[in-house]
Design a protein around this ligand. Structure first.
Ligand code: G4P
Length: 290
C-alpha cells in the first residue's frame, strides 16, 4: 500500500522529542486499544530507550475487552513498562495516569524534584481529548518560554508534575504490512495518503474471519451462508445496503469503503480489536523473513 507516512512536519515532531527526551523522567505513550501494536511507535522506542514507559490503551470503549486484557498483560510483562486502558474522556483519567506515573517514579516529586513526563502518540489517538481533560483549569504553557520549543507544550498538572506534550508522530517505514492497514483503518493516516477501498477490503477481510457475527448484525446480509462471502462480496453488500450505487446499479466502491471505515471508526460495527499479541508476533515474523 502506498502511504506517505512521514510528511515534513513529522520530522519537526521527531526533533522536538529527541531534544526533550534528555531532560524527562519517563514517557507516556498513547496507543489505540483497537490496534495496540500497530499504533506503537518504533521510532519513539528508539528515541526513549532506557526511560520508564506508561502505555495508555486509549479508546478502550471501542475495543474488544477480552483482547484489551491480553494486550495489558503483554505490555505489563515488559521491563520498565506499565499499561492501563482508558477512554480519554472518562472523568478519572487524570487521576489514573498521575497515580500510575508517581508509582513508577517514587524517587521524583516535590518542588525540587518535579516529575517530568513526556506524552506522545500517533495522530488521532486521542491525545488532545485526554490533555484537554487533564488541564481543566490548570495552566497550559506553550511556545515562548525559554527552553520550550514551538513544537511542544509544557503543562503543569501539579506544582511537581510537569507534562510535555509533543505533536502526533508516525515513523518512516512500516515493517508489518497489516499494521499499516490497521493504522489506516483507525484514521491515523491522512485521507490523501491512502486508498480507502483497499483499506476497507483488508478491514472487511479481517472482520469476516474474526468478527463475523458483528458484521452480520451490522449489515444484515440477505443470503446464507454469508461466511463464504469474501471481502469484495461484503463491500458490494454494504454498497447495496447503503445505496452506494452509480448509474445502472453499478457499485460505488469508494462510497461503500467510506461507509465501512466510518462505521469502524465510530464503533458502529461493535467493539473490535484488529490484532492479538499472537497475531502480531506472527505478522512480525513473516515481515522479518521477507
Ligand atoms: P489527537 O489529539 O491524538 O490527534 O486525537 P483527538 O484527541 O483529536 O481525538 C481524535 C478523535 O478520537 C476525536 O473524535 C475524539 O473525540 C476521539 N476520541 C479520543 N479519545 C477517545 C476515546 O477514548 N474513545 C472514543 N470513543 N473516542 C475518542 P472526532 O470524531 O475526530 O472528533 P469529535 O467529533 O469528538 O470532535
Amino acid at each position: 500500500m502506498a502511504i506517505q507516512w512521514f510528511p515534513g512536519h513529522m520530522n519537526k515532531a521527531k526533533k522536538a522529542i529527541a531534544d526533550r527526551i534528555k531532560s524527562i523522567d519517563m514517557v507516556i505513550e498513547m496507543l489505540d486499544a483497537r490496534l495496540p501494536a500497530s499504533s506503537e511507535n518504533p521510532l519513539l522506542a528508539q528515541l526513549s530507550r532506557g526511560k520508564p514507559k506508561l502505555k495508555i490503551l486509549n479508546k478502550q470503549d471501542l475495543a474488544d475487552p477480552e483482547r484489551t486484557a491480553l494486550w495489558l498483560n503483554e505490555f505489563n510483562s515488559r521491563e520498565h513498562t506499565q499499561a492501563l486502558a482508558l477512554d480519554a474522556s472518562e472523568a478519572n483519567a487524570t487521576t489514573k495516569i498521575t497515580r500510575a506515573c508517581r508509582q513508577m517514579m517514587p524517587q521524583r516529586g516535590g518542588l525540587d524534584k518535579p516529575l517530568r513526563v513526556l506524552i506522545c502518540g500517533i495522530p488521532n489517538v486521542g491525545k488532545s481529548t485526554l490533555i484537554n481533560g487533564m488541564i481543566g483549569k490548570k495552566s497550559a504553557k506553550t511556545g515562548n518560554e525559554p527552553g520550550i520549543t514551538k513544537a511542544e507544550q509544557r503543562l503543569f498538572l501539579a506544582d511537581d508534575f510537569w507534562l510535555y506534550d509533543t505533536p502526533g508522530m508516525l515513523w518512516p517505514k512500516i515493517i508489518v504490512e497489516q499494521g499499516g492497514y490497521n493504522l489506516a483503518a483507525s484514521g491515523a493516516v491522512g485521507r490523501n495518503a491512502l486508498d480507502e477501498e483497499e483499506v476497507a477490503l483488508v478491514l472487511l477481510d479481517y472482520l469476516r474471519r474474526h468478527y463475523l457475527p458483528l458484521l452480520q448484525e451490522r449489515y444484515q446480509p440477505d443470503r446464507d451462508p454469508s461466511s463464504h462471502w469474501d471481502d469484495v462480496a461484503w463491500l458490494e453488500w454494504v454498497a447495496q445496503k447503503r445505496g452506494a450505487l452509480l448509474g445502472g446499479g453499478r457499485v460505488n466502491y469508494q462510497k461503500a469503503a467510506e461507509a465501512v471505515l466510518g462505521d469502524f471508526r465510530g464503533g458502529h460495527i461493535g467493539r473490535i480489536t484488529l490484532e492479538t499479541p499472537n497475531q502480531w508476533a506472527g505478522w512480525l515474523k513473516t515481515a522479518r523473513q521477507k
